[in-house]
Design a protein around this ligand. Structure first.
Ligand code: ADP
Length: 495
């Protein structure tokens, strides 16, 4: 049952509104104390009114009790004075007075019903022993009070010392009185009615206050919603600011940094598209220029045709390389790429790659050596490690000097293996070191183009390394050489 109420509340849309919850909390916090206060004040008033009335009646009854003894009323209840007094009191308090003598016989009943009857009620018997009692019957609306009728007997003490008179109190009878509380009940009714009116006014006021407060408290969230919508609709690109609460500040900060990221992503995507178009257009423009210049000439010698065709073929090859690199880069995109893990002998793989690259090195008069410090078996994606090694060694050969060297060192500890590719080439200027992994970035565009670079090699390399949760570092001295150090976890559990 409780579970179903909870589920119902959870699904109830209005209950899920923060404004509604705030409204209910403020409303209850206003109402509960005022209800308690009303109930408390009224109850307190009733108790106090009963006490005052009881005390009043008791005082009056005590005076009459003394008179009863003085007039010897218990033996002779015909005293006009006393009867008038009793009548007056019973009229004043809208009650009934019964006077009971020592033998529990009713001597006087102001209602005149029970005279001559015997009363053996518990209160009367107890009162005979000197104990007062007060009972409030709230259901029937009266207070029952018993007062003993006490006679004080003075006598001379045994030694006959008149200066020390002794006295004794003897209960001669009981006054049993019921007093109506009608007047208190009526006052309570009036007070209750007034309290209800005040309460209704308070409900309306607290309702209005709760409504306004909830609205005000929730306003910063409305502002966030509006500001985000404006960004969404594209009216503004400025960061949002809603500093009203710490909470709204945190939400807005998180949104702003997310938005900055999205903008940066969008910028880099746009830049990438612009770069791709430019890079792809360059070889095509060259091909067109070469073809056009052949077409405009008449009787072109076959050698010139051949020469131009070689150039055209080179440009097409370049276009093909760019497209291949782009495809490799797209495939390595972190979000889509999956690693095809197997246990690979890294030393063996490096040897095969270097063997393949040595002819190019020889063409450039560069010597490539492999230093294996220990045998390395790693759980990696063989194709991607091949890409990494090939790109780094190819660059080390391409950007080397005549008679230069490339040294590939393989090493491992218990967690990672490292590939270090060191060359004696042209080096990279310090301000370019941070940008070499950017797509299409080349330190010297024309030189890179001349030697067949696309500017995508290191971007591909870095992505492949990051997919293995590895790292790449570079150190370089301009004109002296460059070292790339790649560190990759040996096992899959570390990936
Ligand atoms: P590219 O296809 O032009 O070689 P890369 O992404 O592989 O593109 O490298 C980016 C740029 O970093 C290169 O154009 C080159 O200027 C620089 N570079 C990379 N490796 C080396 C190296 N070993 N020595 C000097 N410069 C290098």
């Amino acid at each position: 049952m409780a579970g179903s109420i909870k589920a119902f509340l959870k699904n109830l849309k209005i209950w899920r509104s923060l404004k509604m919850r705030l409204f209910i909390i403020i409303f209850l916090m206003g109402m509960i104390p005022s209800i308690f206060m009303r109930v408390g004040i009224l109850e307190n008033y009733e108790r106090r009114a009963i006490d005052v009335r009881t005390l009043d009646v008791q005082t009056q009854l005590r005076i009459i009790a003394n008179h009863l003894i003085t007039y010897n009323y218990l033996q002779d209840p015909s005293s006009e004075v006393i009867n008038a007094e009793l009548e007056q009191i019973s009229n004043l308090y809208n009650g009934r007075i019964l006077i009971v003598n020592e033998s529990l016989k009713v001597v006087k009943d102001t209602y005149g019903i029970s005279e001559g009857k015997t009363i053996i009620s518990e209160e009367v018997v107890r009162c005979m022993k000197g104990t007062n009692s007060v009972n409030h019957d709230s259901v029937n609306g009266f207070i029952e009070i018993t007062i003993p009728i006490v006679e004080t007997i003075s006598f001379v003490n045994a030694e006959g010392d008149k200066d020390k008179p002794e006295s004794m109190e003897v209960v001669r009878g009981v006054m049993l009185t019921s007093v109506s509380t009608d007047i208190i009940v009526t006052t309570m009714d009036i007070l209750n009615r007034k309290a209800h009116i005040v309460e209704i006014i308070m409900v309306i006021c607290i309702f209005a206050i709760a409504l306004v407060l909830a609205q005000i408290l929730i306003r910063p969230f409305d502002r966030i919603f509006k500001a985000i919508n404006e960004v969404k609709e594209g009216y503004t690109n400025d960061p949002i600011s809603v500093p009203d609460y710490l909470e709204t500040e945190h939400i807005v900060d998180a949104f702003n940094s997310l938005f900055e990221r999205m903008k940066a992503l969008d910028d880099s995507r746009q830049e990438f598209v612009a770069n791709v178009s430019h890079e792809l257009k360059t070889p095509i423009t060259s091909v067109k220029v070469l073809a056009d210049s052949l077409l405009v000439q008449k009787d072109v010698p076959a050698e010139l045709y051949r020469e131009f065709m070689v150039d055209i073929a080179a440009e097409i090859e370049r276009e093909d390389k760019i497209i291949n690199d782009l495809l490799a880069l797209v495939k390595l995109d972190k979000s889509v790429a999956k690693l095809n893990i197997s246990v690979v002998d890294i030393n063996n793989l490096a040897e095969i790659i270097l063997k393949r690259l040595r002819p190019i090195a020889r063409k450039n008069n560069v010597e490539v050596t492999l230093i294996s410090k220990r045998g390395i078996l790693a759980e990696v994606d063989e194709v991607k490690i091949t890409l990494i090694l090939t790109n780094l060694v190819e660059n080390a050969i391409k950007y080397n000097r005549e008679q230069g060297t490339v040294e590939v060192t393989l090493d491992a500890d218990h967690q990672f293996f490292t590939i270090q590719v060191e060359d004696t080439g042209i080096g990279i200027p310090e301000d370019a070191l941070g940008r070499i992994y950017e797509r299409f970035y080349r330190v010297d565009k024309s030189h890179s183009r001349e030697i067949g670079g696309t500017g995508l090699g290191l971007a591909i390399t870095r992505n492949a390394i990051l997919l293995h949760r590895g790292s790449i570092k570079v150190k370089s001295v301009l004109g002296e050489g460059t070292v790339f150090i790649v560190k990759i976890p040996l096992t899959r559990s570390l990936v």
